[in-house]
Design a protein around this ligand. Structure first.
Ligand code: ADP
Length: 808
């Protein structure tokens, strides 16, 4: 073994370089790497090429990190800088990674104290750092857990406290419940007492209701079920108790539907407010009949609890009579108002003390002012005609003060100076304030006055006229049964007294016995509107009651009818026609005598003509036969004419009589046609008789009528025209008509055709001979047979004459 020898510097450095701690030596300000052991080279991760380079060049990633600056300070200031767990970012294996180091940069100084190198040692503590870090984290979590635990512990404590207090509350509540229970028991007892009282009061209520002098009913629940009624309400409702109890009102009184009451009751139920009705009209069925009555009533809601209405009490009071009475008064007032308005009456109200005048618009109009003018008492007085002023001021006023009634008729002067008549009517009275007042009306009576004047003068005219015409007048009031005759009328019945006369005693008994029945019937017919339309025109004979004188009277009158066509008045005039009548009778007698005297020679004339005719025919003297035939025709015509006159005179003196027998009318008509054709074949006469028609009557006289119709048709229509006769039965009558195509008759003539001696005056008729007695006689004959006769015609278009006779 060799002797131990100390290590050389190089050796020493080599040894030191093997230390596990990373070591490097730097010099200069820029920390040029002079030496670095393997450990340090490994940290840096760049291999041995770094030796001799400045730290910045060797490890460019250190830029921006504090280390290069630290080396500069150590070099310049000679200090030592160290750190633990210091992070450094190094690029190892081309990757920038963060490592943690414990390190020291120590300035190595020479004897003069000058730094000549920097000893750089470092230990990689990255692992230690991380493990310490995780240890700290877990410690932190633990702490947190502990904190939470502590907090929940606290909460627990708090809940515990709450629990405790709740327990206390529970105890308190329990106590309350106990107390309430006690109270409940108490109030139940109270309720029982109340219930009892209620039952008592309910019974009392029912009793009061039942015995109340007014009508009361109680309706329960919204259904308004009838719960309680008294006699009064049953009467109003017109129902029996057993029929309506416990039924809803709308079922018990179905007639209320459509009337307002059910709705009002429902509203009262809902609102809880009472309803008062006055003079309400209710239609309620009584014994099957709907009756309208008026009521004052109350619907009062009853509330037994705060929940609302439980029942409604109905109290009703019938006021129908008052209402109707008042309505009547209102109607009467209205009628009065209308009447006043309708009659153009003006009304006024005068305060006699203050002279204040209130008047209706009509008063202003009556005084000639516009309706809206307001007149003072003086305005009115100043309008009175000067001549009538005293009359109003003195006479009427004095009388008013005495009797309380004011009345005058006076003239007034209008603003346009025209004169009018007024009638004023008033009444004085003292009103409730002690004022003397006068109420009254004014009517414009100008028209009335004028009419009165006119009437007076026309009455005077009439009086003079009747006097001049010697007309008597009669006036029969058919309603009161009175008869009024003037002096002349009395004279015609041979009466000189002025006492009341009557239809039966004075009129009928005053008539000639032969005329009595006929005239009585005519008057009775006149009283039936549809028969004669009230027209009356007769001639009759009277035999004077006192002087026993026979007089002929022409009476003409008119019956007045009311709106129901009942006769109410019969007025007219009578005229003494005795002289005229006697003249006529004398004339008739004369005509009758002449006709009669003419008949005998004419009959013998006819006989000789017929004889001569027969002889001429035998001798074949045709000329003579023809001439004698014509003579016979003329004689026939003459004998018809003479017969007519004879008949007229007989008729006038009442000597015409019917020789009735049954005969065939168709046969008669055929005979008359044949006779006429024989005499005059100038017209085409058509007649197609059907079955034989047998009637009862005077064959000659009915024949006269048919002949008259036919000969007139021939006379009054041009030659060659048609004439058609018809004879038909219908409804118990036979109707005969003769229709021609002649000149016809004007309407105004038709009604007069049947009068004696009436002929139509016209250029057509002036050359046609006749006396106007044919139709007159025909009418009399048909009337004697109780038939009717008439004509229809259109001038220029022919005429049709008819007569109708009853069959049996
Ligand atoms: P008369 O023919 O003798 O004049 P009547 O009494 O027969 O008398 O007739 C009265 C009047 O009635 C006649 O004058 C005539 O004017 C008129 N009349 C009668 N029948 C007809 C007729 N068929 N057509 C037109 N007028 C007639």
């Amino acid at each position: 073994m060799s002797q131990p020898v100390p290590l050389t510097n190089e050796q020493l450095l080599q040894v030191l370089l093997t230390t596990k701690d990373a070591t490097a030596i730097h010099y200069s300000e820029k920390a040029i790497i002079q030496y670095a052991n393997d450990a340090m080279i490994a940290f840096w991760g760049k291999g041995r090429s770094v030796i001799g380079k400045t730290l910045e060049d060797a490890l460019p990633e250190l830029k921006g990190q504090p280390f290069i600056e630290m080396f500069r300070r150590v070099w310049n200031e000679g200090v030592t800088i160290s750190g633990t767990d210091t992070p450094a970012d190094l690029e190892v294996d081309n990757q920038l990674q963060t490592f943690y180091f414990d390190y020291e940069y120590r300035a190595i100084k020479n004897a003069e104290g000058q730094t000549y190198c920097i000893l750089h040692t470092a230990t990689d503590v990255t692992e230690r750092y991380h493990s310490r870090l995780s240890a700290r984290e877990s410690e932190f979590r633990e702490h947190k857990l502990m904190d939470e635990l502590a907090a929940s512990n606290k909460e627990l404590a708090a809940s515990n406290e709450e629990l405790a207090s709740m327990n206390e509350e529970l105890t308190a509540i329990n106590e309350e419940v106990r107390v309430s229970n006690e109270e409940l028991t108490e109030s139940r007892n109270h309720l029982q007492i109340l219930n009892k009282r209620f039952a008592e009061s309910e019974a009392r209520f029912r009793m009061i209701v039942e015995q109340a002098p007014v009508a009361i009913g109680v309706l329960k629940g919204r259904q308004l079920t009838i719960d309680l009624v008294n006699e009064g309400i049953l009467q109003i409702w017109g129902k029996k108790k057993e029929d309506i109890m416990d039924k809803p009102l709308s079922v018990a009184l179905p007639e209320l539907k459509g009337q307002p009451f059910l709705k009002i009751l429902d509203d009262v139920y809902t609102s809880g407010k009472a309803f008062y009705g006055t003079e309400a009209k209710a239609t309620i069925e009584h014994n099957g009949v709907l009756v309208d009555n008026y009521f004052n009533f109350v619907y009062h809601p009853l509330k037994y609890s705060s929940d609302g209405t439980t029942s409604i009490v109905v109290v009703a009071n019938e006021v129908t009579e008052q209402v109707l009475y008042r309505q009547k008064i209102q109607e009467a007032e209205e009628r009065l108002r209308l009447a006043v308005e309708g009659t153009d009456v003006g009304t006024w109200d005068l305060n006699l003390e203050s002279r204040a005048l209130v008047h209706s618009p009509r008063i202003a109009e009556i005084f000639g002012f516009p309706a809206d003018a307001k007149l003072s008492h003086n305005d009115v007085l100043s309008r009175i005609h000067p001549e009538d002023k005293d009359l109003i001021r003195d006479e009427a006023f004095d009388e008013a003060l005495e009797t309380g009634v004011y009345y005058y008729e006076a003239r007034i002067i209008w603003p346009d100076s025209s004169i009018h008549w007024i009638r004023s009517h008033g009444k004085t009275f003292t009103d409730e304030k002690g004022n003397r007042r006068m109420l009254g009306t004014i009517t414009d009576i100008t028209r009335q006055r004028q009419t009165l004047e006119e009437l007076k003068s026309s009455e005077e005219h009439l009086r003079l006229a009747t006097l001049a015409a010697e007309l008597g007048t009669f006036d029969m009031d058919l309603v009161n049964g009175t008869l009024d005759w003037d002096d002349r009328c009395r004279l015609l019945f041979g009466i000189s007294h002025n006492e009341a006369v009557s239809y039966e005693k004075d009129f009928l008994l005053g008539l000639h016995p032969d005329d009595r029945e006929k005239i009585d019937n005519i008057i009775k017919d006149a009283f039936i509107k549809e028969i004669a339309n009230g027209d009356y025109d007769v001639e009759y004979r009277t035999i004077g009651v006192e002087d026993k004188k026979l007089r002929w009277v022409r009476a003409k009158g008119k019956v007045l009818f009311n709106e129901k066509d009942e006769p109410v008045r019969f007025i007219g005039s009578v005229l003494d026609i005795t002289d005229k009548k006697q003249d006529e009778l004398r004339k008739n007698d004369f005509i009758g005598m002449v006709s009669h005297e003419l008949k005998t020679p004419l009959t013998s004339l006819k006989g000789y003509v017929q004889m001569l005719n027969t002889r001429a025919k035998k001798q074949d003297d045709n000329f003579s036969a023809g001439a004698l035939g014509k003579v016979e025709t003329q004689i026939n015509k003459m004998s018809v004419m003479i017969n007519s006159f004879l008949n007229v005179s007989r008729l006038e003196s009442g000597k015409i009589h019917l020789n009735k027998s049954d005969f065939n009318l168709n046969e008669l008509i055929r005979e008359i046609i044949d006779e006429n054709v024989l005499i005059n074949a100038s017209h085409l006469i058509a007649f197609s008789p059907g079955t034989s028609i047998i009637i009862e009557g005077d064959r000659d006289k009915i024949g006269y009528v048919v002949n008259n119709f036919l000969s007139n048709a021939i006379k009054y229509s041009p030659k060659g025209r048609n004439i058609e006769l018809r004879c038909e039965t219908n409804d118990g009558y036979v109707l005969v008509s003769v229709k021609d195509e002649g000149i016809g008759i004007k309407a105004e003539d038709i009604e007069k055709l049947f009068e004696r001696y009436y002929r139509v005056e016209s250029k057509h008729t002036q050359h046609i001979s006749g006396f106007g007695i044919g139709l007159y006689l025909s009418a009399e004959i048909i009337n004697l047979h109780n038939g009717s006769i008439w004509a229809e015609s259109e001038p220029g278009n022919g005429a049709t004459f008819y007569f109708r006779l009853p069959l049996q």
